[in-house]
Design a protein around this ligand. Structure first.
Ligand code: SF4
Ligand code: SF4
Length: 56
C-alpha cells in the first residue's frame, strides 16, 4: 500500500517530501508523487500537507 496524492489539491509546497522518512516522495512537474514501493504508510506526510492532498 501507499498513500494517494490528489494532484489537483497539491500546490507543490514540498512539505510532505521533507517529512517522509523513507524518501518515498518526490516532485514531478510541481506535484508530489509517491513511490509505492518505498512508502511504509507511516502517515507523516498526511499530517504535513496543508491542502489535505494526501490520503491513505
Ligand atoms: S506515508 Fe510515510 S512513508 Fe509513505 S509517503 Fe507518507 S511520509 Fe513517506
Ligand atoms: S504537502 Fe501537500 S501540497 Fe505540499 S507538495 Fe506535498 S502533497 Fe503537495
Amino acid at each position: 500500500m501507499a498513500v494517494t496524492i490528489n494532484e489537483e489539491a497539491c500546490v507543490g509546497c514540498a512539505a510532505c517530501i521533507e517529512t517522509c522518512p523513507t524518501e518515498a516522495l518526490s516532485m514531478v512537474n510541481d506535484k508530489a508523487v509517491v513511490d509505492a514501493e518505498a512508502c511504509v504508510d507511516c502517515g507523516a506526510c498526511i499530517e504535513s500537507c496543508p491542502t489535505e492532498a494526501i490520503t491513505e
